[in-house]
Design a protein around this ligand. Structure first.
Ligand SMILES: [Zn+2]
Length: 186
């Protein structure tokens, strides 16, 4: 599937609010191909020469509903400042099995491939999550124990399965409200 900033569904399309369904296992060739295309998008999106040529907006994650497919699949790649991957997942049916009471948010707020406008404000999420999923890169069920940035990214992507966008979590009256005991991630 061709995935670029033209084909990615934006929040003016009601499909982005649709709930995603479980993927049947074993993963079909069709689902696998789509998830690998999503992973490739994320990987290429942070390489400026490719991103410019192919009209890719930089991202660390993408979920299938963002390309119009309401299935629980998400691709995540986080890179360090030198462009080396610090984590890479192509997840089928990821599910949060536990989450911390402690909250965290990104100091700079969040962005989303499906949201063109800026929505400033803190998006509080659990500081730590445990996620169970089938990872097609490792070809097995895995348990991700995430904190910090990865925990935020996982919760952002899994929200897409429920039709929730990051700005739904922003306090409208006080977007930069400081919650007691919450970590602010730089
Ligand atoms: Zn998003």
């Amino acid at each position: 599937m061709l995935i670029n900033n033209e084909t990615i569904i934006k929040d003016d399309n009601e499909l982005i609010r649709r709930k995603s369904a479980d993927v049947s296992l074993p993963v079909s060739d069709e689902d696998r191909a789509l998830l690998m295309d999503m992973l490739k998008y994320v990987d290429n999106s942070t390489v400026p020469e490719i991103a410019e040529k192919e009209n890719l907006r930089p991202a660390v994650g993408i979920s299938a509903i963002q390309v119009g497919v309401p299935k629980k699949m998400t691709a995540i790649i986080i890179k360090d400042e030198d462009g080396n991957k610090t984590c890479e997942y192509a997840l089928v049916n990821p599910k949060i099995i536990s989450n911390s009471v402690e909250k965290a948010c990104l100091e700079s707020g969040e962005g989303c491939l499906s949201v063109a406008d800026a929505h400033e404000g803190f998006v509080y999420r659990s500081a730590r999550v445990k996620v169970k999923a089938y990872d097609i890169l490792q070809e097995k069920e895995i348990l991700i124990k995430a904190d910090g940035y990865l925990a935020i990214v996982l919760q952002h992507e899994l929200d897409h399965f429920k039709g929730i966008l990051f700005y739904d979590h922003i306090n409208r009256k006080d977007p930069f409200h400081k919650e007691a005991n919450a970590q602010i991630i730089e």
